[in-house]
Design a binder for this molecule. Sequence first.
Ligand code: ZN
Length: 120
Amino acid sequence: MSALKASQLTELKNHLDELQQQLEAFLNLDEAAAKTVELDQGKVGRLSRMDALQQQAMAQANSETHKQQLAQIHRALHRIEEGHYGYCEECGETIPFARLQVQPESDFCVKCLQTLEDVS
Ligand SMILES: [Zn+2]
């Protein structure tokens, strides 16, 4: 059982669906950006080649971030399906609705997130 009301759950699920679509679009752009660089490499000079490589590295870094965010959103959507969405993965406490509104893909409560970030 989720601690959230059905209407709250629907709102958060819609938000997650939107985020998922956005991220999939971002990932397509990341891949397009990385490909463009490869095509351009033959005809650009040394300086712009370094620029191009830098841009490619950035596109790859973005792509990694977006993939991780997408995986997090998939986990959240899965938890909604399973009916245990809205609980901290670490301590099992409920995550406040206000926090989920800002970050519906949250895996952890604020307290655990801070602890985990201190460790890494
Ligand atoms: Zn927690």
